[in-house]
Design a protein around this ligand. Structure first.
Ligand SMILES: C[S@@+](CC[C@H](N)C(=O)[O-])C[C@H]1O[C@@H](n2cnc3c(N)ncnc32)[C@H](O)[C@@H]1O
Length: 160
């Protein structure tokens, strides 16, 4: 099953990019045995519109255009649902078993994701109630996807 990370904003060369890449590589290795592909990353430029609402609308349109409509959309949003790592892994496993084409995990830019985009997402997931910078969210997501792959594989990385 495809795993796509779509982000508004580019991750510059540096520690966050390196760490996310390290987890993506590990997902490629562990995921192979449990039917999960190595994540594909799509990075989109932030809109340069003057008004925040317009920037969010532009970014939502760019995300819609960039995402394969066959993918289920998991929006990362601080107002989303708090999930345990086991529940996150179980959801991914269920969708894989149901024959889903793939999942797109969407991270907003400095203004966040537009309400209209969030309203059409299949799931909204929060990594806690606090607001994180998109670079950190990408690393958190990479680690949780790796953890999910290890949970599905029965690998001892995750200890509950
Ligand atoms: C800097 S935050 C956006 C800021 C915030 N929405 C606002 O308008 O002040 C950038 C992106 O990181 C992700 N993000 C930040 N905190 C998060 C959290 N606690 N849980 C999940 N995603 C988060 C979301 O995708 C968000 O759109």
């Amino acid at each position: 099953m495809r795993l796509v990370i779509a982000a508004v904003g580019r991750l510059k060369a540096g520690p966050e990019r390196e760490l996310a890449r390290r987890y993506f590589d590990r997902i490629g290795q562990t995921g192979r045995g449990v039917g999960l592909d190595a994540p594909e990353v799509i990075e989109l430029d932030e809109s340069r519109a003057r008004a925040a609402e317009q920037r969010k609308r532009d970014e939502a349109a760019a995300l819609k255009a960039a995402l394969d409509p066959k993918l289920a959309v998991f929006a990362l949003d601080e107002n989303g649902k708090h999930l345990s790592s086991e529940a996150f892994a179980a959801d991914i496993g269920r969708r894989r078993d149901d024959g889903a084409a793939g999942l797109a995990f969407v991270i907003g830019g400095a203004d966040g994701l537009a309400e209209e985009f969030l309203a059409t997402a299949d799931r909204k997931i929060a990594f806690g109630a606090m607001t994180w910078p998109h670079q950190i969210v990408r690393v958190l997501l990479a680690e949780q996807l790796y953890r999910a792959a290890t949970i599905l594989a029965g690998h001892p990385y995750h200890r509950s």
